[in-house]
Write a protein that binds this ligand. Structure first.
Ligand SMILES: Nc1ncnc2c1ncn2[C@@H]1O[C@H](COP(=O)(O)OP(=O)(O)O)[C@@H](O)[C@H]1O
Ligand SMILES: [Mg+2]
Length: 260
């Protein structure tokens, strides 16, 4: 079971879209995959299932608070037999507070890693965690459990500074304080408009600084993505031959090679 977190300290950078569609393609390619929604906003949940069907007593909150078993927290999506999800639950902010001491540190309560370890190691080949846009207790849980982190980035000027911060300041601290063995699976450019000169400059700059960490596959701007989210389905289900679905298919193939 390989656990991968999609993280970035910035919001609106395609983390959730990438976590959802990477997990969906992994499952469509035949790999048993569990998507874990660690963001109190619950976007990965509503992008993959009718969020009103997520029972507040069965999901990531009660799981991390030790109230239910891991199996009880898991939902089948049905439309992709190999894609299962642990949804975010209403009141996840309260779980965050319960897991955090006054000084912001972790209470040492139940960890996602320990809860996932309860599963039969053959249950899932991949676990994909969608993290919130900060390095609070939920992201820490995801990174503590993960062997790899996937970073998404929009090709905008300020995003380079954010990426630099992630690589030079945040990653060393994660390795020191949370998970010394965590590896970077890749940096993915998302919401890409190839016609913009800025895109080409940023792509060159990211490649110059981080070489092969930058994924070859880029995800283009495609309105099918927000549309499919509204239908609570990954884009490979709603529009398999859309630009976005094909791009995420290529990205998944590329990342599978890296995962070995
Ligand atoms: N490639 C894309 N093309 C068009 N819209 C996109 C694309 N990727 C993401 N979006 C939209 O941008 C918004 C933010 O993306 P999201 O994945 O939720 O970011 P994050 O999880 O980092 O906050 C969402 O509404 C999503 O539908
Ligand atoms: Mg998100």
């Amino acid at each position: 079971m390989k656990i991968i977190s999609v993280a970035n300290n910035k919001g609106g950078t395609g983390k959730t879209t990438t976590a959802v569609n990477f997990a969906a393609w992994l499952s469509a390619m035949g790999h048993g995959t569990l998507l874990v929604d660690l963001d109190p906003q619950g976007n990965a949940t509503s992008a993959t299932m009718d969020p009103t069907k997520a029972d507040p007593n069965r999901g990531i909150g009660p799981l991390l608070e030790g109230e239910i078993s891991t199996k009880e927290a898991i939902y089948e999506t049905g439309y992709l037999p190999k894609l299962h999800i642990i949804p975010a639950t209403i009141g996840l902010e309260v779980t965050e507070l319960n897991l955090t001491r006054g000084d912001g540190s972790y209470t040492g309560g139940v960890r996602l890693k320990d809860r996932l370890a309860e599963l039969d190691s053959h249950s899932y080949e991949y676990v994909v965690c969608d993290c919130p846009p900060n390095f609070g207790v939920m992201t820490t849980n995801g990174l503590y459990a993960s062997s790899q982190v996937l970073i998404t980035m929009e090709p905008e000027t300020f995003a380079l500074d954010g990426l630099e911060m992630f690589m030079t300041k945040i990653t060393p601290r994660i390795r020191k304080e949370v998970n010394k063995n965590i590896k970077i699976l890749g940096i993915v450019l998302v919401r890409v408009n190839t016609l913009r000169i800025l895109t080409q400059n940023i792509r060159l700059e990211v490649r110059r600084r981080y070489q092969t960490l930058l994924a070859e596959t880029e995800i283009p701007v495609d309105v099918r993505l927000p549309e499919s989210e509204g239908l609570h389905l990954p884009v490979c289900v709603t529009d398999r031959y859309s630009r976005a679905a094909l791009a995420y298919e290529n990205l998944t193939t590329e990342l599978l090679k890296r995962l070995g």
